[in-house]
Write a protein that binds this ligand. Structure first.
Ligand code: F6P
Length: 357
């Protein structure tokens, strides 16, 4: 009898259920009496031994469902060695509950923070297989994570809708997209949506270059401008400050987020009307796009294959369109950033898209 644990951790996204369905159906197809234990609400469920023995039916009808049927939560890695609210050691609790259930393996679906803890559990001797989940697409070791393309589609549609109202009112519109540390989502949706200016955290912007780009469009008779900005952008001058100093500055500024800060600068320097749209968590919701359904299903099936082959300590991934595996040790603790010298940035700039420089 094979007993497999499963948990989803960190921010949710589309195709989490599709991925779990891929793992489960592949396992049940080869081992009909396999038992799958769904730990509820991420690592918290494993710490508190809060699980549900899943049934085959639990994985039916969820391919198209957003979110996660077993819930999720964030367990920031920086606190992993601090006792929990009941004074318990988190890692010891997770190991104890894994062993109490006599699990043969634990499947973990998550992003960067989740992978740090997964790698730690693997080094502690648990049989771990992970799947790359996030709309940010910032996981090293895989060309793409599931959830990303679905979010790009939503963000692109948002920009498409903004285009018509921006043109009708001759306004500057700023669409602020998710991505605290990396700009993949903003870059792809910005290009797909035809944004004139695309600002990402990897390329600190100069407000005067943004103004120049707007003025250039105005001189060319273009009476509106669309700006796609990642929530985590900073300006070049802000690079001088420490994180602490920047936090203080942000508090004093009273802008809700980056888009409003940039919008205020544009209004002040150009006098143009500026409006801001922040789709926020809408980018993580709804049914997964077809691409993510296929990707998540394939990754799930690969994860089941690794389990049956007793290959542990890996994240399943996609490399050059092939489904593969990569050691957790090569993934954990790293972030896949947009390279400012990459082809997509070069092509964007060649197109005349302003990237804030
Ligand atoms: O990591 C995915 C993500 O959606 C980021 O893009 C975003 O900044 C963050 O999660 C939001 O976190 P929360 O859902 O906890 O507010």
């Amino acid at each position: 009898m094979m007993k497999i644990g499963m948990l989803t951790s960190g921010g949710d996204c589309q195709a989490l259920n599709a991925a779990m369905r891929g793992v489960a159906k592949s396992l049940y197809n080869c081992i009909p009496d396999a038992e799958i234990y769904g730990f509820l609400d991420g690592y918290k469920g494993l710490i508190n031994n809060n699980y549900k023995l899943m049934s085959v039916n639990d994985f039916s009808g969820i391919l198209t469902e957003g979110g996660t049927i077993i819930g999720t939560s964030r367990l920031p890695f920086k606190y992993i060695n601090e006792p929990d609210e009941e004074g318990r050691d988190k890692i010891s609790c997770m190991k104890k509950n894994y062993k109490k259930l006599k699990l043969d393996a634990l499947v973990i679906l998550g992003g960067n923070g989740t992978h740090k803890t997964a790698n730690l559990l693997s080094k502690e001797g648990l049989n771990i297989v992970t799947l790359p989940k996030t709309i940010d697409n910032d996981i090293v070791g895989t060309d793409v994570s599931f959830g990303f393309q679905s979010a790009v589609d939503i963000a692109t549609n948002t920009i498409d809708c903004i285009h018509t109202t921006a043109a009708s009112h001759s306004r500057v519109f700023i669409v602020e997209l998710m991505g605290h540390k990396t700009g993949w989502l903003t870059l792809f949706a910005g290009m797909a949506g035809g944004a004139d200016i695309i600002l990402i955290p990897e390329i600190p912007y100069e407000i005067d270059k943004i103004i120049e780009a707007i003025d250039k469009r105005t001189k060319e008779g273009k009476h509106f401008t669309i700006i796609a900005v990642a929530e985590g952008v900073i300006s070049k001058e802000e690079l001088e400050f420490t994180k602490k100093e920047l936090k203080e500055i942000r508090k004093r500024e009273h802008y809700p987020s980056a888009a409003y800060r940039i919008g205020a600068g544009i209004m002040q320097k150009t006098g143009q009307e500026v409006r801001v749209t922040v789709p926020g968590h809408v980018q993580r919701g709804g049914s997964p796009c077809a691409y993510d359904r296929v990707l998540a299903t394939r990754l799930g099936s690969k994860a089941a294959q690794l389990i049956m082959n007793k290959e542990f300590g890996y994240m399943v991934c996609v490399k050059n369109n092939q489904i593969d595996k990569v050691p957790l040790s090569e993934v954990a603790g790293k972030t896949k950033m947009v390279d400012p010298d990459s082809g997509i940035i070069t092509q964007a700039k060649a197109m005349g898209i302003c990237v804030g420089l």
